[in-house]
Ligand binder design. Structure first.
Ligand code: NAI
Length: 286
């Protein structure tokens, strides 16, 4: 039986979520996506127009397909949490069942159970502001979208995960080291995500017999990273200073995610795995 995967946080073919989908598709998994509600229309239109066809190509020549594409907003757990102005927003009102609980219900209905849960999303409205200038609202919004969203997903999807299943999220070393420019509480959000990965590994491990790990990725010029503004500098810095001097390809993260959800890593849980050409082990810039 092919494994079933649900990946939250794909809205184009440039980010880590897409690359993880590809690595899992190469390994024979059946993939469904959760796409951020405001990005869903353009994603679907681009997909149908064939804009992603080149990057959908698998090694056997076939095109990667998705069994279901769900609208999703990971900052809301149930409809009761949705403020009126969001509910009334045209892009949201035109879609249904996009809170985390509702998406999990839809996935249960359509697929029964899943084996693989991927969290590849983050959002920090004040990411360009230093922590010293970050508002309480911006800070809490970063934590809500980027950290609590993982807890919410494990809460709601845990019950429909098969034993032996695995959860993987994406983090960044700004959790441990000072990365000037990664602001708005996003550094905090990643620290929380890594800590929660350990506690969830224990709790969901005992309750559902699933593993929970996170990948600490090197810099990639995704849409989210471009919004932060200094990604090209980060890529250059990483190239110049890493033990392995090459640019990180998204598929390298995809392949490690595939390992972390496969039986090859059946004793690995609660782990922060660096996929960054080794930059994190350097002590000084070269
Ligand atoms: P991306 O732009 O491809 O992915 C982020 C996704 O999150 C987008 O598809 C966006 O629509 C979605 N999203 C934002 N808010 C959402 C919400 N409330 N509900 C549902 N979806 C929402 O960018 P990327 O870089 O691939 O990001 C994926 C993960 O990788 C994030 O956790 C990011 O922090 C992490 N990461 C990225 C690095 C980079 O240099 N690009 C480095 C290390 C970690």
């Amino acid at each position: 039986r092919g494994k079933k995967a649900f990946i939250a946080g794909v809205a184009d073919d440039q980010g880590f979520g897409w690359a993880i989908a590809k690595a899992l598709a190469e390994a024979g998994a059946e993939i469904s996506l959760g796409v951020w509600v405001p990005a869903l229309n353009i994603f679907k239109t681009s997909f149908e127009k064939g804009k992603f066809d080149e990057s959908r190509k698998l090694s056997d020549g076939s095109l990667m397909t998705f069994s279901h594409i769900y609208p999703m907003d990971a900052v809301f757990d149930t409809m009761a949490d949705v403020p009126e102005e969001v509910a009334a927003n045209k892009r949201y009102a035109g879609n249904k069942k996009w809170t985390v609980a509702e998406v999990a219900e839809c996935v249960a209905q359509d697929s029964g159970s899943i084996d693989i849960l991927i969290h590849s999303l983050a959002n920090g409205p004040e990411v360009v502001k230093p922590l010293l200038e970050t508002s309480r609202k911006g800070y809490l919004a970063a934590l809500s979208a980027s950290s609590y969203s993982l807890i919410s997903m494990v809460q709601r999807f845990g019950p429909i995960m098969n034993e032996g299943g695995a959860v993987v999220s994406l983090t960044y070393n700004a959790s441990n080291r000072i990365i000037p420019g990664y602001g708005g509480g996003m550094s905090t959000a990643k620290a929380a995500l890594e800590s929660d990965t350990r506690v969830l590994a224990y709790e969901a491990g005992r309750k559902y017999k699933v593993r929970v790990n996170t990948i600490s990725a090197g810099p990639l010029g995704s849409r989210a990273a471009r919004a932060i503004g200094f990604i090209d500098d980060m890529i250059r810095y990483s190239y110049e200073n890493s033990p392995i001097q090459k640019e990180l390809a998204a598929i390298e993260v995809g392949n490690v995610a595939a390992f972390l959800v496969s039986p090859l890593s059946s004793a690995v849980t609660g782990h922060v795995m660096f996929v960054d050409n080794g930059l994190n082990v350097m002590g000084i810039a070269t």
